[in-house]
Design a binder for this molecule. Structure first.
Ligand code: RB5
Length: 146
């Protein structure tokens, strides 16, 4: 699995925690910034990383900003992206099982680094259930072609 991680200035602490987790899990990733601490615009980072997933360069994305909301709104504008804004472990599991989400968005001003780690670990380790859920996801994909 190839993962791309991106964050704005408000998501850098959890971004670093997630990078440590992926190192421990021996999952390869690219850190697509932000690099400094100055204020940036989350759509620039979310859209750039989402487009690289949609192009097939990466399998999954982990996007972090202050609330996770801006990152998720922007990511979901990109065709082929199913971004779930998640702040609990149950939703992390269910969005893989039922929605086959390929991006997770987290808010550093909402949850702590410890919970973020558990959420990301669960999300990465859970497979899509398929079956009736496949039909539902396909309806979203079909809508993108309208
Ligand atoms: C930055 O202040 C903040 O607006 C951003 O990180 C994010 O929370 C937007 O949704």
């Amino acid at each position: 699995m190839k993962v791309i991680i991106t964050a704005d200035h408000a998501g850098m602490t959890i971004r670093n925690e997630v990078k440590d987790l992926l190192d421990e899990m021996e999952i390869s990733y690219e850190d697509a910034g932000v690099d400094g601490t100055s204020s940036v615009d989350y759509p620039d980072y979310s859209l750039a990383a989402a487009k690289r997933i949609a192009a097939g360069e990466f399998d999954r994305g982990i996007f972090i900003c202050g609330t996770g909301i801006g990152m998720s709104i922007a990511a979901n504008k990109v065709k082929g992206i199913r971004c779930a804004l998640v702040h609990d472990v149950y939703s992390a599991k269910m969005t893989r099982l039922h929605n086959d989400s390929n991006v997770i968005a987290l808010g550093e001003r909402v949850i702590g680094a410890g919970l973020a780690r558990e959420i990301v670990k669960t999300w990465l380790e859970t497979s899509f259930e398929g079956g009736r859920h496949n039909r539902r996801v396909e309806k979203i994909t079909a809508y993108e072609e309208e």
